[in-house]
Design a protein around this ligand. Structure first.
Ligand SMILES: [Fe+2]
Ligand SMILES: [Fe+2]
Length: 239
């Protein structure tokens, strides 16, 4: 299975780069992923006109299965309710024969900090308790990401959620928020953060990017980090 993981598009914002937006669509159409994962911050402030722009943009990406969770920017100004209106649920679930995906809203309205919440732990346990490859989608990162300045906004209950992921044998946790691509491995779980694909808000000398994951039935796979500006693969790593 080929999974494209994009994040932090901030499509309607001042820092959105139109050219990178077009590049991203082109690169995704070339890659032909089976599933497109979007880990939040599709808008800047969660307003309805922004959702309209973001939806129009995402509709242009021709991938049959799209799984989208909201980011802290999308939850602003009651945007979390508009998110549901446009995308159905803040807790998307999808599975095929080999892989199961669960998205969990890690945002709190008008607060940038992440929060999963004890009330959602049973959902994670139940949906990710089978023998398939298990993928959890969150906007917020559970482990600090280097080169992103002062640490903040990590979910307030990150410790409990990390333990939950390890105990449930989650294979991949995909997130965004930090605008910087990174991969951590803890026990048998990979924590993969996607950079911003289309926003000028880049850390240091980093580049706009998205991740391409190739998973096989034998649970060996690899990941590519694709530079959206230069339209080329910058990192390839075995998983
Ligand atoms: Fe963001
Ligand atoms: Fe964010």
């Amino acid at each position: 299975m080929k999974i494209a993981h994009i994040s932090d598009l901030h499509v309607s914002g001042y820092n959105f780069v139109k050219e990178w937006g077009e590049n991203l669509i082109e690169l995704l159409h070339e890659a032909k992923p089976d599933v497109l994962v979007v880990t939040g911050d599709i808008t800047d402030d969660g307003y309805i006109y922004e959702y309209e722009i973001a939806k129009q943009y995402l509709d242009r990406i021709k991938v049959k299965t799209k799984i989208i969770v909201p980011g802290n920017h999308d939850a602003r100004n009651e945007g979390y309710r508009i998110f549901e209106e446009f995308f159905g649920t803040r807790y998307p679930f999808y599975e095929d024969e080999h892989v199961v995906f669960l998205g969990v809203d890690s945002t709190e309205p008008d607060i940038d900090d992440g929060h999963i919440g004890r009330e959602n732990y049973p959902l994670i346990k139940e949906k990710l308790s089978n023998h398939k490859q298990k993928i959890l989608l969150l906007h917020h990162h559970l482990i600090p990401i280097p080169s992103t300045g002062r640490e903040r906004n990590i979910p307030v209950d990150a410790g409990d959620v990390l333990r939950l992921c390890i105990e449930a044998g989650v294979n991949y946790v995909l997130s965004g928020h930090k605008h910087f691509p990174w991969i951590w491995r803890l026990e048998n779980t990979y924590f993969i953060t996607a950079g911003t694909a289309t926003s000028h808000r880049l850390k240091g000398f980093s580049y706009p990017s998205f991740n391409l994951l190739h998973l096989t039935d034998t649970r060996q796979g690899f990941i590519k980090i694709v530079d959206v500006k230069e339209k080329k693969v910058k990192v390839t790593r075995k998983l």
